[in-house]
Design a protein. Structure first.
Length: 296
């Protein structure tokens, strides 16, 4: 086993980590394509698609990384497909939820070739998620993500892979992403493909019953939901509100999303980085019948 392969396995174990809040068997796995590609590839997706637009030095760097794969796009797709297959196999038939790219442009700025992505004044609330998928400039990158999912599900037989769509701002965007996926051969429902919405915006929670009409389930990201509800930057160490597990506004939104999912009979998972630091949140979740939390 190569060092890289071992690193992938260690990383995937981290990504699919869960916290059991009750004596139930863990059955949740979540992988973020953003984090996975940054960890294993390190090349900005725009540079993968448009390597020729880089300066000569960076073109050479990308081609060297691609190595025997030849085309950077094949390297990108092949490596991430293999990583997803490894993660899906670890789930032993249980669902593996794969979150499509939703990172803001600032988070992607350290990647090789990031200069190909436009700088934004407010990247946190800029072009990301569905708005980015629908952008013509991004279409090539979106097609690569879809190819990764198709190869992992079809060629490798990992039909337990399900999709999670980040940063869905409106109901219109819900319809848009379902159409965009279908255009790439990822039709919701075909071969059992399930598509979930990542509930990370207050609007997602407030209108959860309507959003869920377009999706098969929901994943509530409490950290992101708190960030946008309280209007804070979670990377700013001086803002500690994100760790306030008693915030009534945030819990009210989580409760509304959970209730909407229950009313529609659709599954709803919860993810947070801070569950081990939030005993009161643990108790609150148990009181609302949430016994397992994804704790990436």
């Amino acid at each position: 086993m190569t060092n890289k392969t071992q690193a992938e396995l260690n990383y995937l174990e981290l990504l699919t980590n869960t916290a059991q809040l009750a004596n139930e068997e863990c059955s949740i796995g979540l992988v973020s394509l953003d984090v996975l590609s940054q960890s294993l590839i390190g090349i900005h997706p725009y540079a993968v698609v448009n390597t020729h637009k880089l300066d000569d030095k960076k073109q050479q760097e990308v081609l060297e990384l691609a190595g025997e794969h030849g085309a950077p796009s094949e390297y990108y797709v092949s490596e991430l497909t293999n990583a997803l297959v490894s993660a899906a196999q670890k789930m032993k038939g249980k669902p593996l939820k794969v979150k499509l790219s939703g990172a803001d442009s600032h988070t992607r700025s350290e990647l090789l070739g990031s200069e190909l992505e436009n700088k934004e004044i407010n990247p946190l609330i800029g072009l990301r998620g569905v708005s980015r998928f629908a952008e013509k400039k991004h279409r090539g990158s979106f097609e690569l993500e879809c190819e990764i999912i198709k190869r992992a599900r079809n060629a490798e037989g990992m039909v337990n892979i399900e999709l999670v769509i980040p940063f869905v701002r409106t109901l219109s965007e819900s319809a848009t992403i379902i159409d965009l996926l279908a255009e790439q051969g990822l039709c919701r429902g075909a071969d059992g493909l399930k598509v979930h919405i990542m509930c990370e915006l207050p609007g997602n929670a407030l209108l959860a019953d309507k959003f869920l009409q377009y999706f098969d389930g929901m994943v509530i990201d409490i950290d992101q939901l708190a960030q946008f509800t309280l209007g804070l930057d979670q990377s700013n160490a001086s803002l500690s509100y994100l760790h306030d597990d008693q915030n009534e506004a945030v819990l009210s939104l989580v409760q509304q999303a959970l209730k909407s999912a229950a009313n529609t009979g659709k599954p709803c998972d919860v993810v947070t980085h801070f569950i081990h630091q939030a005993p009161k949140l643990q108790r609150w979740l148990l009181e609302h019948d949430v016994d397992t939390v994804i704790c990436q």
